[in-house]
Design a protein around this ligand. Structure first.
Ligand code: GRG
Length: 319
């Protein structure tokens, strides 16, 4: 009988993890190091092992290694470090978040959803592998994500805490999180939508994964209830700020810059922050949200510096 731990989803030994010398902190090198740390782990958990059906793994890896910013996994790791945990404690969650995020992008690009040809500067998954294989690659990434997380063994968290994080991630991804957000996005297309509805939609479609990242990272790092509460406030603000900036970039940036089609929100009749409050006010709102996120971390020490600087990165980014 096949070993239940074999296959492409076993989280291998993480290997050397990035060091954190607070005196030499630079956000760009922090983001690069943590992204590489996650990518090495992803390479081992979604690895082609020569079994029949290798094209499925190829399709999964095509989108997984297409050059994403790895923001959600980095947030999980940064939250874990902020409460005193080791980056490796959040590595299973980090991989799971990126796998779920990648599945959502593959499915979002399908002809039955946004029907996009370009993502992360490359042809979309279904353009290369066909709709059936792209759908299955997304399904497999979503499902395998939970194996990777459930099999992780953080040093500072109990099995019960890992189980809580599994449930929170499922909730963030499913019918009360990202999927309902996507459904609402489709249902609201072409209809008058007010700011409260837009915020409700985005808290689910994109915000829920950000929140699961920072809460999960904090829980796996052994954070106490006050710390998790603060991370929850940080996660809500940063998730919304990310989306406001995403809407602004869709209006202001070029397709070359973003590696995906732009101006599509308007073309699809979607409600956006720039459409409802204008670009300048949207940018101002994003900066207010950044400040709220940073204020939520007031009780944390220097170990929360990456989270504070990520808040700035999310709001000032250009891609
Ligand atoms: C199909 C269930 C299902 C959900 C799709 C997230 C989503 C829901 C659709 C993606 C559409 C979209 C562009 C949403 C805006 C926010 C977003 C997720 C942007 C892309 O995230 P980044 O900037 O991407 O983190 P990278 O490529 O850096 O990983």
């Amino acid at each position: 009988m096949e070993n239940s731990r074999s296959g492409p989803t076993h989280l291998a030994e993480p290997g050397r993890h990035p060091d954190s010398d607070p005196s030499a902190f630079r956000i760009d090198s922090y983001l690069k190091q943590r992204a590489e740390f996650v990518e090495r782990a992803l390479d081992s958990v979604v690895a082609s092992d020569g079994r029949p059906g290798a094209q499925l793994l190829e399709a999964m890896r095509y989108s997984l290694f297409a050059g994403g910013k790895r923001l959600r996994p980095i947030l999980a790791i940064a939250a874990c470090e902020a409460v005193g945990g080791d980056p490796a404690d959040a590595l299973g969650l980090a991989c799971a978040l990126e796998m779920i995020h990648t599945y959502s992008l593959i499915h979002d690009d399908l002809p039955c959803m946004d029907d996009d040809d370009l993502r992360r500067g490359r042809p979309t998954n279904h353009k290369v592998y066909g709709e059936a294989m792209a759908t299955l690659a997304g399904d497999a990434l979503l499902t395998d994500a939970f194996i990777v997380l459930a099999r992780s063994h953080p040093n500072r968290a109990s099995s019960a805490a890992v189980l809580d994080v599994v449930a929170e991630l499922a909730q963030a991804a499913g019918s009360s999180g990202m999927v309902i957000g996507q459904a609402l996005d489709i249902l609201c297309e072409g209809k008058a939508t007010d700011l409260a509805t837009l915020e409700y939609l985005h808290a689910r479609k994109t915000g829920a994964l950000f929140l699961a990242a920072v809460r999960g990272g904090g829980l796996l790092g052994g954070g106490n209830p006050d710390q998790i509460d603060a991370l929850t406030r940080y996660g809500r603000s940063i998730g919304l700020a990310f989306q406001v900036v995403d809407d602004v970039l869709d209006v202001e940036a070029s397709a070359d810059q973003l590696g995906k089609r732009t101006h599509k929100d308007d073309a699809h009749g979607k409600a956006t922050y720039p459409a409802l409050m204008g670009v300048a006010k949207s940018r101002q709102f994003a900066r207010e949200l950044k400040q709220r996120a940073i204020d939520a971390l007031a009780a944390f020490d220097e170990r929360a510096r990456p989270l504070r600087e990520i808040a700035n990165f999310v709001v000032e980014r250009s891609l």
